[in-house]
Ligand binder design. Structure first.
Ligand SMILES: [Zn+2]
Length: 77
């Protein structure tokens, strides 16, 4: 038997904080984007996975970078 991962890690909760996907950052994430979305702002992302957790700073950076391309007025802030 080969258990996935090591250590007790609750899985039921989707709220688990993952480290920011941006290389060299690793801060706790506040938002999850689709990897494809995140790529619009950050090109140097890992290939694996579908979601890209971003820390607050990088999420802001992403918003800035994608601001011209998409309208965010639906979010209301
Ligand atoms: Zn970050």
């Amino acid at each position: 038997m080969t258990p996935e991962g090591s250590g007790p890690r609750p899985r039921a909760n989707d709220d688990v904080e993952e480290p920011c996907v941006v290389r060299g950052c690793g801060a706790p994430s506040v938002r999850h984007l689709a990897l494809a979305e995140a790529r619009k702002a950050f090109t140097d992302l890992p290939e694996k996975g579908r979601r890209a957790p971003l820390c607050r700073d990088h999420y802001r950076e992403w918003k800035k970078a994608t601001k011209d391309a998409r309208k965010l007025d639906r979010l209301g802030w």
